[in-house]
Design a protein around this ligand. Structure first.
Ligand SMILES: Cc1ncc(COP(=O)(O)O)c(C=O)c1O
Length: 434
């Protein structure tokens, strides 16, 4: 075995840092990479385990709608193989605007829509296009890759520590305290890793704060100075998967005046089990669109042409959208409900476990209350004794106060395995309590 193979990927990376730029050197592989490697090793060694770490949808568990697969295949066969237009295929932008209008009631046209390779390029682009080094970026802790994106642009992270009582969203008081100094707020609802939805009253208040803060900055600006306004990136990639009674709103539905400073990011990825198709979009203020399109062009982060054409065909049929969305929704809800009910039964039996009510997306926020063990010890016990692979909130920038919280993804879980997951949870907890 070579010396390299003995080093962890992080150590390997660190060893090369001297040769990289500031940005490159800061991009240490996230801890989840090591967990994924560990899971791969165990699976290769023949261990039967439930991998509930991945923020993905297995088509084995959540089949991609056949009509969408056919439409993409037909576009591939029709040799739709060249570059797409930098803004996205016109027919897809048209359908996305229609979908957005239908779901939100907002006035959105194709000219407001930029298509890209999934949701991530728009998170990246939002940070790069809006944030200068030293500017403050506000986000919740834990959340999805905001620490990394902030680091990438040299921004100052203002990570608001959240609590289970608030569904792991920041409170309005927390937001009010930091927005006056901020350039950007980034929020995903339904959330990752929480699986919860920001209450409408809080989202509305946040949107109002953005508007009033910008009015204040505009009023304070002198005639020869461009004010640095405050932008809101709202990531709604899980908004197609709402499970309970809590509705998922877009901020502009609640406060239309926020639109000039709002970038809404969405994607087909989680909505219809096509994370690998790399089709996402951003509804952005028009003056930002040329820069968005330009950055995506430089990165080549366009959505593939055939996938765009296939998706446009699919989205043209309301019946297909409805059928596919209901199917996804039913499959996710049954699994999340089954897990939440099972966890409640374990709790009723006196075991130190509970979870948040799943509200949206593909995750369950699970709490294991065993102060004798740290997160890593519990994670390993779940994996090695129970064959249950989950991620601690610390993998998403969780704070020390979030100790004991884990993200459980149902994207790769078969429905018939839910009772087995609960049985294994019981067995591991009983063993740890002995
Ligand atoms: C909150 C959030 N936003 C964006 C993404 C990325 O979506 P995409 O695969 O479309 O880039 C994820 C994926 O896990 C996510 O959890």
């Amino acid at each position: 075995m070579s010396l390299h193979a003995k080093r962890s990927p992080a150590a390997d990376w660190q060893a090369r840092v001297g040769t990289l730029s500031r940005v490159g050197g800061a991009l240490v592989p996230p801890s989840v990479v090591h967990v994924a490697e560990e899971i791969r090793r165990l699976l290769q060694a023949g261990q039967e385990l439930f991998d509930m770490t991945i923020g993905d949808l297995s088509p084995r568990c959540f089949p991609t709608p056949p009509a969408l697969v056919r439409a993409v295949a037909e576009a591939v066969i029709a040799l739709e193989s060249s570059y797409p237009p930098p803004d996205g295929m016109p027919e897809l932008r048209w359908q996305i605007a229609r979908l957005f209008r239908t779901r939100s009631g907002l006035t959105v046209g194709p000219e407001d829509v930029q298509v890209g390779a999934g949701a991530r390029p728009f998170l990246f682009a939002g940070y790069v296009l809006l944030v200068d080094p030293g500017e403050h970026v506000v986000f919740s802790r834990p959340s999805f890759f905001n620490v990394e994106y902030t680091q990438l642009v040299g921004g100052v992270p203002v990570a608001l520590e959240t609590s289970p009582e608030n569904g792991f969203f920041p409170s309005i008081d927390q937001l009010r305290a930091v927005l006056p100094g901020a350039r950007l707020v980034v929020l995903a609802s339904p959330g990752n890793p929480s699986g919860t939805i920001m209450p409408a009253r809080d989202l509305e208040e946040l949107a109002r704060l953005v508007v009033s803060e910008n009015q204040r900055r505009l009023a304070a600006a002198t005639s020869n100075e461009e004010p640095r306004l405050l932008y809101l990136i709202f990531d709604q990639v899980y908004s197609g998967n709402v499970h309970g009674q809590v509705p998922a709103h877009n901020p502009a539905q609640l406060v239309p005046e926020v639109s000039p400073w709002l970038l809404t990011i969405d994607a087909a990825s989680k909505a219809w089990s096509v994370t690998g198709y790399r089709c996402g979009w951003c509804v952005a203020p028009r003056e930002l669109r040329p820069a968005l399109s330009g950055l995506l062009t430089l990165m080549g982060a366009w959505a593939p042409r055939a996938e765009q054409i296939g998706l446009a065909h699919f989205l043209a049929d309301d019946g297909l959208i409805m059928e596919a969305t209901l199917k996804m929704h039913a499959g996710l809800s049954r699994r999340l409900r089954g897990l939440a009910d099972g966890v409640a039964r374990l709790r009723a039996q006196g075991l130190p476990i509970h979870c948040l009510e799943p509200e949206g997306g593909i995750y369950l926020a699970l709490r294991i209350d065993l102060p004798r063990f740290d997160d890593e010890e519990i994670r390993r016990a779940l994996l090695e004794q129970g064959g249950l692979a989950v991620l601690p909130f610390s993998a998403f920038g969780g704070a020390p106060a979030h100790r004991g919280w884990y993200r459980v993804s149902v994207g790769n879980l078969r429905e018939e395995d839910v009772p087995r997951v609960i049985d294994r949870l019981r067995a591991v907890l009983e063993a740890l309590l002995r």
